[in-house]
Design a protein around this ligand. Sequence first.
Ligand code: PEP
Ligand code: MG
Length: 327
Amino acid sequence: RLEEALQVARQPAVTRDGVEVHVAANVGSVTDAEAAAAHGADLAGLVRTEFLFLERDSAPSVDEQETSYRAVVEALDGRRAVVRTLDVGGDKPLPYVAQPAELNPFLGVRGLRLALARPELLRDQLRALCRVAVDHPVSIMFPMVSQVDEVLAARRILDDVLREERVVGGGHGDTDGARSLPGLEVGMMIEVPSAALKAASFAPYVDFFSIGTNDLTQYALAAERGNDALASLADPLDPGVLQLVSAVCRAVSGSDVRVAVCGEIASDPVAAPLLLGLGVDELSVGPYAVPEVKQAVRELDLGECRELAGRALAAVSASSVRALRSP
Ligand code: PEP
Ligand code: MG
């Protein structure tokens, strides 16, 4: 029976009105990647790479990173891996990266900010990823972006690495030994409210956005994530957060820039119809939640989801959004 259920999970998730929704998995280890494949994830929508960098005295070498990423990607068995570059900072300090203490580490030098401050770290990581991307479908995703210039700077480092690795994007390898890298895509997370509002400015430089509702919610509501005293305040279904998600989707609707949600909320059964109704194309959830989320998508009608999303945007609170679906 389990095998039958997993068989169903491996089928695409298509809404009642015929729209296929990609249901992806968030993974942070080879075990997660194996679970993602077994549970029918269409891709790994967020590969967190922090596991390789934390709790050690020096940065992992390019070779070591390549070996680790390859193991994760191979466990996905041909599915695309959206690999996020290092997302650490003041709240998760690295012994080999000297950083001044910060009063508000969540507002500090973290994510892509840290990577651009220490470009050799980013360069090594991109080099390892490019080597894996020669053999497998890999997307690179930058975290904690607030400025277009940050994306451009990161892309320039990626371009340098591609040149040094003698890899050419698209089509066939050229004649002087360059290897072809046809499937490499580049995207960014939307976790900062201003980035959500500026999505149209970022769109020309990315293949996709992935909305990190965990951080987007903490920044939009000024409520620290993980602070139990604020848990009821920091609901990603707050209409203010939904308006930011809507702004991102509207900014790229009709273009080929895709929008995913990879925060915890993506696996909330109440949230899926709202997110899809707002225009989100992909939900990325814990590997074990994939079958359930796929089944929920199959029961939805996108037209009804849009109508529901419209009412959610006008609601006064997260609890009234959550009450919308009750009969
Ligand atoms: C997020 O912020 O929603 C997210 C998916 O990233 P992380 O939880 O790793 O910060
Ligand atoms: Mg985040």
